[in-house]
Design a protein around this ligand. Structure first.
Ligand code: NAG
Ligand code: NAG
Ligand code: NAG
Ligand code: ZN
Length: 465
């Protein structure tokens, strides 16, 4: 992101590439998609968890939900947690790839041959199940395909949302170069938000804000209904776009149907409903000129070969629907998930003093508990012994860009102010009044015990003279 850090990270990466090559191949470590993203993002620096980032082209961008890179316009318009409709993919056609053609480029110098094979494998997953066609282009003839995905190295893994115009990155840092992650990031690039950010998510999951660092709460908000369309595909706990409940430690997302608590966060590949949504969204049956009146049993949909596809066994996401002419009912293997209103969500775990990322000891060794107290108080409370600090009283910014934002008026700007205020309480001048601001404030508040009034008066007097 910031240039120096990028260079340092690149050097560090080339140096450690050989040592870590083996570890990155391990696909079966039981880690969920969000755990992989967060540990990759905090591998070298905790700054990757910041909301705002100055990019190489000096554009300010926001990173939301660990891996979605938004510009300020997008940030201001997309997020909202008040409406209750059911949606999942960006609604506006201009965010889709025209004619289902997705040109992509791989910055070869930043990947090993094995990485490139893995990226190609993820791409072919999408091609197998949908009518999207990915065309690899070289940067030298990129002029022919100005709108394209560029796979490149990065700190952590992230993507833009939908086709935004021009070359758009899918960053794949060390630690998240895995097929499932790449499938997921391509999902963002074709226009998908996270499943748990769908406007109807509150019917299916409970977001346990007590477990999520305070400055991240807005990021767990739902997306605004007017931007999102779900093409009538139901909420899917098994989507590759769904996070687990372990992003910042256990219990951030609790499924209302307890049966699915351990199913969310998978990174094996596209689920049945993922595939169905992509087919509907990109009009695959229509593109193949399938008979428009064709109907499929149960949850089935018409695939690009005009056959009906229904949910498959655990090993395959889908299979051809049974052809017996009369079966129009009950062919879905997977239960259609309905809200069980009576479902008791597990009692939200109590807020305890703990680290929410796994790399805290490294940061402590580097002295960041002292030099970067604001961020450490959010992510490494325990290791940095900051348990007793009250964030509200610390009056600090959690983002290097805060002074700039405040000066530019973002603290008051409709749409962004909600994000900026939690990130920049100091620069936005939102902190609780500190000690000797104004005597009147203190003595009129009525909340200070009598005994202390005298002490405060004394302190104020001492400071004054
Ligand atoms: C949005 O979510 C936050 C939780 O951080 C909550 O405090 C707020 O009341 C919600 N807003 C609406 C409009 O539901
Ligand atoms: C942000 O991206 C959108 C496309 O999603 C674009 O239309 C808009 O102009 C961009 N805004 C800025 C400030 O770059
Ligand atoms: C932001 O708005 C508040 C009132 O809503 C006002 O008092 C304050 O001066 C404004 N701050 C800036 C930096 O414009
Ligand atoms: Zn994501």
């Amino acid at each position: 992101m910031k240039n120096l850090r990028l260079i340092l990270a690149t050097l560090f990466i080339s140096y450690t590439a050989v040592i870590h090559a083996a570890a990155d191949d391990d696909e079966n470590d039981g880690k969920s998609i969000d755990e992989i993203l967060i540990s990759a993002a905090t591998r070298n620096s905790v700054e990757m968890l910041d909301l705002f980032h100055m990019m190489e082209d000096n554009k300010m961008m926001a990173m939301v939900e660990l891996d979605i890179l938004l510009n300020m316009t997008e940030l201001a318009s997309y997020k909202h947690n008040s409406s209750r409709n059911k949606r999942k993919a960006l609604r506006d056609d201009r965010f889709r790839w025209p004619n289902c053609k997705v040109p992509y480029e791989i910055t070869e110098s930043e990947f090993t041959g094995q990485d490139i094979e893995m990226i190609e494998a993820a791409v072919s997953d999408w091609e197998r199940y949908t009518c999207l066609e990915f065309k690899r282009v070289q940067s030298s003839d990129a002029n022919k395909d100005p709108d394209r995905i560029v796979f490149k190295n990065g700190d952590g893994c992230y993507s833009r949302l939908g086709r935004v115009g021009g070359p758009q990155p899918i960053a794949l840092g060390r630690g998240c170069r895995r097929r499932g992650i790449v499938v997921h990031e391509i999902g963002h690039a074709i226009g998908w938000i996270h499943e748990q950010a769908r406007p109807d998510r509150d019917d299916y999951i409970f977001v346990n804000y007590a477990q999520i660092p305070a400055n991240w709460h807005r990021q767990y908000d739902k997306f605004r209904t007017q931007f999102i369309n779900d093409f009538d595909v139901d909420y899917d706990y098994t989507s590759i776009m769904h996070y687990s409940g372990r992003a910042f430690g256990e219990g951030t997302i609790i499924t209302k149907n307890p049966q699915y608590q351990n199913k969310i966060g998978q990174r094996d590949g596209l689920s049945f409903r993922d595939i169905k949504l992509a087919n509907l969204m990109y009009g695959c049956a229509k593109m193949s000129r399938c008979p428009p009146q064709k109907r499929c049993p149960g949850e089935g949909f018409v695939g690009k070969d005009c056959k009906c596809y229904c949910p498959g066994t655990p090993d395959t996401p889908l299979e051809e629907c049974p052809t017996t002419a009369t079966t129009t009912t009950t062919t879905t293997r997977r239960p259609v998930i309905k809200t069980t209103t009576a479902a008791t969500t597990t009692q939200p775990p109590a807020k305890v003093c703990r680290d929410v990322i796994t790399t805290c000891s490294t940061f402590k060794q580097n002295g960041q508990c002292l030099t970067d107290k604001a961020r450490m108080a959010l992510y490494c409370k325990l290791t940095c012994e900051l348990c007793d600090e009250d964030l509200n009283k610390m009056c600090m910014d959690y983002d290097d860009a805060c002074p700039i934002f405040a000066t530019a008026g973002y603290c008051n700007l409709t749409g962004t102010s909600e994000f900026v205020k939690v990130q920049c309480p100091k620069s936005c001048k939102l902190c609780e009044p500190q000690l000797p601001c104004s005597q009147a404030d203190f003595f009129n508040s009525g909340s200070i015990p009598d005994l202390n009034k005298f002490l405060i008066l004394l302190v104020v007097a001492l400071i004054k003279f």
